[in-house]
Design a binder for this molecule. Structure first.
Ligand code: ACO
Length: 334
């Protein structure tokens, strides 16, 4: 139920988007010099040709800040107007304070509360869901949802099965009230902790704090069972898409652009074929950025907006999955 005091005229929606990527490019040819791999293998198995890598002195908050500033500019909102900042990340600058608090300070968002949320690559979906609830309930007027990850920081560049996949970046959206004809139409979120063993980073938490041994045995790097993750992704994203469409009483033909998590072009193609979608209605950034974790969807959405691939009044369907396992879809009229 909406309690924003505006009756049925307004509801939560996306007011503006932004993104930020490092300038440094790591190509498949560069990786050929580091591990036993080939451009041919990486392109045919993943669709990735290059990814962006942050500089040694940079951190997630640097890109989260830039993406947030760009989203605010595109929404025409001042930082002081924000009530809440969320940063979805698995690579915070440090364990605490939260990356969102660091961003809040540097943005000058003096009236905003701030916290990080951790739902791995589904983090942006979880953030949009929360922001929509806060805005529709009238508890917040403007919420900045940022997803930022420097996965290069937890990638093992001696493990060829994972190091070819990941890149760095951040994306953001400002959520506030929009006329009722637009805005969020449906959400679906899911989680299955039993799948946690397929994608995780063992070291650095309370279970295995950092020690000489943990560093030497490479426990502070991401570990993944690729094929299991692949199967989860296709299944979970398919379910989420079907659920949001049915909840919003829409068909796939009503969707103008699918913005899927960019983990592997074969996963995106499996979803696209299952939904009988024309490739022109799907956003692909995987070739140039690889898998940027939680940021991949807001980066792709921001590019789609800037390139005119989704216009005001059109329907975008975002869908993602990630460690946890977690997954989710957001259906929104821009
Ligand atoms: N270069 C060359 N060969 C490689 C490489 C590489 N970079 N990596 C693995 N291989 C080899 C393997 O050793 C194996 O060799 P073998 O047959 O001699 O044992 C062979 O290639 C096939 O390996 P598979 O793991 O079966 O390859 P697959 O086709 O499954 O592709 C991949 C692997 C790309 C990881 C795929 O499983 C995948 O994309 N899974 C999903 C990953 C994902 O979505 N992760 C992110 C989810 S959440 C998040 O975004 C953080």
């Amino acid at each position: 139920m909406e309690q924003n005091g505006l009756g049925s005229k307004m509801r939560a929606g996306i007011l503006g988007t932004g993104s930020a990527l490092p300038n440094k490019v790591l190509t498949n040819q560069d990786l050929e010099k580091i591990v036993d791999t080939s451009d041919e293998w990486i392109v045919s198995r993943t669709g990735i040709r290059e990814r962006r890598i942050a500089g040694a002195t940079e951190a997630t908050s640097d890109y989260a800040l830039l993406a947030g500033q760009r989203a605010l500019a595109s929404a025409g909102i001042q930082a002081e107007d924000l009530d809440m900042i969320m940063v979805a990340t698995v690579t915070p600058d440090m364990m605490f304070p939260s990356t969102a608090s660091l961003v809040q300070d540097r943005l000058g968002a003096t009236h905003a509360a701030a916290f990080d949320l951790e739902a791995a690559c589904s983090g942006f979906m979880y953030g949009e869901f929360l922001a929509s609830g806060l805005v529709n309930s009238g508890q917040c007027k403007y919420v900045l949802v940022i997803a930022g990850d420097l996965l290069s920081r937890i990638t093992d560049y001696e493990d060829r099965s994972t190091c070819v996949l990941f890149g760095d970046g951040a994306g953001a959206a400002v959520v506030g009230l929009v006329p009722k004809e637009r805005g969020f139409l449906a959400f679906h979120l899911g989680s299955d902790g039993a799948g946690g063993k397929f994608l995780y980073m063992p070291g650095g938490g309370s279970r295995l704090p950092a020690s000489q041994e943990s560093v030497q045995s490479r426990q502070h790097f991401l570990k993944m069972e690729g094929q299991e993750t692949f199967k989860y992704a296709v299944r979970a994203m398919g379910v989420s898409v079907e659920r949001v469409l049915s909840d919003a009483h829409l068909e796939m033909t009503d969707v103008d652009l699918l913005v899927p998590h960019q983990a592997n072009v074969r996963i995106i193609e499996a979803i696209r074929q299952r939904l009988h979608l024309d490739p022109a209605k799907v956003m692909y950034t995987i070739e140039k950025y690889g898998n940027t974790s939680a940021s991949s969807i807001p980066i792709a959405l921001d590019e789609a907006v800037r390139e005119g691939k989704v216009m005001q009044g059109q329907v975008a369907l975002m869908v993602g999955f990630g460690a946890g396992m977690t997954w989710g879809a957001v259906l929104v009229r821009m």
